[in-house]
Design a protein around this ligand. Structure first.
Ligand SMILES: *Cc1c(COP(=O)(O)O)cnc(C)c1O
Length: 377
């Protein structure tokens, strides 16, 4: 892979993109141009194929970072008098709860420890306990820790109770299989700068058509109105407001590479090999993962920080960066951790190089006690 001299991003968005993806941004497009709008059209078509939603769902792209699309999905799919159940095991689940508060949508959290995932039985019980819930909002891969939440059994539980399901698949889309032809999902949300390996700047919501048709009037916000964006795009092929043209062009290039690689199964396999090389290499240094292997998605890995008094994240980060790699801080409050992304235009060899950079850095810093400190109470 040709990546140039920039440091490799081991952050789960923005991430390291290929040269071909970067080169696709070296052209200015007009937003009225038929050539540009044709690109938007093929992107919308190809994204639906990724979740096998071609006949049943519609792809509505939206300007902005991923959160804009999560907020838009909740604002549009959940009616103003609806109520959202959020099975909660990390930072991005908490963000959905925050969105509900901002939007004034009634909501209830189902709190689960950060190293555990919800099950179909837990959703069953929560929906039985509160029949006023109309929708479940679920994060697929919780990027705060890297845990994989089991979408098929959660979707089946929602279907048994006749509840809608909105899935934040931001960090799983394209890497972990999602099949809306096998289990019902009302809306799947993701963005350009994650596992499809584009650059950040646009999100998209794949909404079940019969749900989308009934969304008119739900959104409190013009810019976030997916129903309006969709009807305008269907009529004109254009985006309602200025599109992020370079981002869209790069995303088309990234999707071409995704399809050439073999789509989701191949992408997921490359990321799994990245994760395994990373975890094995770090384990050989004595560094332990926060999650058990059985629930660890191939997207981002949370490691316990070494308990050695010579360790602190800031200088560790700076020294690993000098060796060519950008790490990610931990997002847990009770234990000291750091995170390493496995996604982007990188392979398992690169991950082995990351481990070498970490080993050399820890040696430099005089860190030898890798055993983590005990969690704060
Ligand atoms: C990246 C991500 C988002 C969106 O974050 P932005 O910073 O708005 O792009 C939302 N949910 C999950 C699970 C994510 O990984």
């Amino acid at each position: 892979m040709i990546l140039g001299n920039d440091p490799i991003l081991l952050t789960p968005g923005p991430l390291t993109t290929s040269l071909a993806t970067k080169q696709a941004m070296l052209r200015d497009w007009g937003s009225w141009d038929a050539g540009f709008n044709a690109i938007t059209g093929t992107i919308r078509r190809d994204l639906l194929e990724v979740i096998r939603g071609a006949g049943t769902h519609e792809c509505v792209p939206l300007q902005g970072s991923g959160t804009f699309s999560v907020e838009a999905a909740i604002a549009n799919v959940v009616p103003r008098d609806g109520k959202v159940l959020v099975p909660q095991n990390g930072a991005y689940c908490q963000r959905i709860l925050k969105i509900c508060r901002y939007l004034g949508r009634a909501h209830v959290a189902l709190d689960i420890p950060e190293d555990r995932h919800p099950t179909g039985a837990m959703i069953d019980e929560a929906l039985r306990a509160d029949p006023s819930v109309t929708h479940v909002a679920q994060v697929h891969c919780e990027t705060g820790t890297g845990i994989l939440n089991p979408l098929p059994e959660i979707a089946e539980a929602c279907a048994r109770h006749g509840k809608g399901l909105v899935v934040d698949a931001m960090s799983s889309f394209g890497a972990i299989g999602i099949d809306v032809s096998k289990y019902p999902v009302d809306a799947v949300i993701a963005a350009s700068g994650k596992c499809i390996e584009g650059v950040p700047g646009m999100g998209f919501v794949l909404v079940r058509r019969e749900v989308l048709e009934k969304c008119q009037g739900n959104s409190h916000s013009l810019a976030m109105d997916l129903h309006d964006q969709w009807t305008y795009m269907q009529k004109t092929t254009q985006w309602r407001f200025t599109p992020p043209t370079h981002v869209v062009a790069a995303f088309r290039a990234a999707l071409d590479q995704f399809l050439a690689e073999g789509g989701q199964p191949a992408r997921g396999a490359r990321y799994a090999a990245n994760r395994d090389a990373l975890i094995d290499g770090m384990a050989a240094l004595g560094l332990r993962t926060f999650l058990p292997r059985t629930v660890q998605a191939p997207v981002i890995v949370t490691f316990h920080a070494p308990g050695d008094p010579n360790y602190s994240f800031k200088p560790f980060y700076e020294k690993v960066k000098q060796r060519g790699y950008i790490l990610y801080p931990g997002k847990l409050t009770r234990v000291e951790t750091f995170r390493v992304g496995c996604i982007g235009a990188i392979d398992a060899n690169e991950m082995r190089n990351v481990v070498s950079a970490v080993a050399a850095t820890l040696k430099d810093m005089g860190v030898s006690k890798m055993e983590p400190l005990k969690a704060a109470a």
